[in-house]
Design a binder for this molecule. Structure first.
Ligand code: 3PG
Length: 305
């Protein structure tokens, strides 16, 4: 009997968990749920004899992977797989996949929820500003960036994008202005929304030079990863620019040091971009189906290692 562990510190919505269980059970597999765990050792123990693992932002680290003696596949139900030790998985012949695009709309909608909340002064009753006729720059034009572009146009914003992996033609066919450099994006746009992955090239890459080049009343939106921000530079820009705001669904490590700038930032208490029933259903079902396709037919679509 194939055993699948669903390890989610931040659980899927019940409707999604029920569908994952039913898809796996129809395939003759056993689903084991480990939810809201607080000790990483609980994850290591629960993974010890399973064939497959579904995770969200949970850390599939070397201990989990190396001690799971029957493990064949880890599926990150979501986009970013910086939480999986790819080297450990590859050494052990374990396939790692993500489920690209499945939770992107949820993340894009939260971008606008946070932008409006910030532009309206945290709904404190004072006069805020509107998004219409403002500029927004998409730092990367992947699945989330495209949804943000679509919604931004509905708000009447002018949309720019920078993505070295997407052609100018592809960007511009969506009615988005493609810029040639990351510097140009920050120089041009009052709002910049981050959609880059966290990797060796991008970590700490959002720095003082970029943020200080943004036009007046600048707001940075981060629904990507906290690691891409250079936090020393973030503190510096908050101190230097009274007009700079930052909203994110992941708090920086230096959050306590931002306290004096309180009305200029907002962070969700947990990473919430993808936390909708729809995104949970889409990503959870895709993860379960990808595991079945891999085990039954050796289908390695969406393999990332
Ligand atoms: C992702 O990479 O897909 C998002 O950051 C969502 O992460 P989550 O599944 O932990 O909400």
């Amino acid at each position: 009997m194939v055993k699948v562990l669903i390890a989610t510190d931040k659980p899927f919505a019940k409707v999604a968990a029920d569908q994952i269980r039913s898809i796996l059970s129809n395939a003759g597999y056993t689903a084991i749920f480990l939810e809201k765990y607080t000790d990483q050792q609980d994850f290591v123990n629960a993974a010890a004899d399973v064939d497959a693992i579904i995770i969200r932002s949970d850390k599939a680290d070397r201990a989990v992977i190396s001690q799971a003696k029957n493990l064949k596949i880890v599926v990150r139900a979501g986009a970013g797989y910086d939480n999986v030790d790819l080297a450990a998985a590859t050494e052990k012949g374990v396939v790692v996949m993500n489920t690209p695009g499945q939770n992107s709309n949820a993340v894009a909608e939260l971008v606008f929820g946070m932008m409006v909340y910030q532009a309206r002064n945290h709904f404190n009753g004072s006069s805020g500003t509107e998004l219409k006729d403002k500029t927004i720059g998409l730092h990367a034009y992947g699945n989330v960036g495209r949804h943000v572009a679509r919604i931004a146009k509905g708000f009447g914003m002018t949309v720019y994008a920078y993505d070295p992996f997407v052609s100018k033609e592809q960007i511009e066919q969506d009615g988005v202005i493609a810029v040639d450099s990351v510097e140009a994006l920050y120089r041009q746009c009052q709002y910049v929304s981050l959609h880059i992955p966290a990797n060796e090239k991008t970590k700490k890459s959002i720095n003082y030079a970029l943020l200080s080049a943004m036009p007046p009343q600048a707001t940075l939106i981060n629904t990507a990863r906290k690691e891409v921000i250079c936090e020393d530079d973030l503190k510096r820009i908050f101190a230097d620019r009274k007009d700079f705001c930052y909203v994110s669904d992941v708090a920086p490590d230096c959050l306590a040091e931002l306290k004096e700038f309180e009305n200029r930032y907002y962070m969700t208490p947990k990473k919430l971009g993808a936390q909708t029933e729809e995104a949970n259903i889409n990503a959870g079902i895709a993860a379960a189906q990808q595991i079945i396709a891999f085990i039954e037919r050796n289908d390695t679509t969406y393999k990332v290692n």
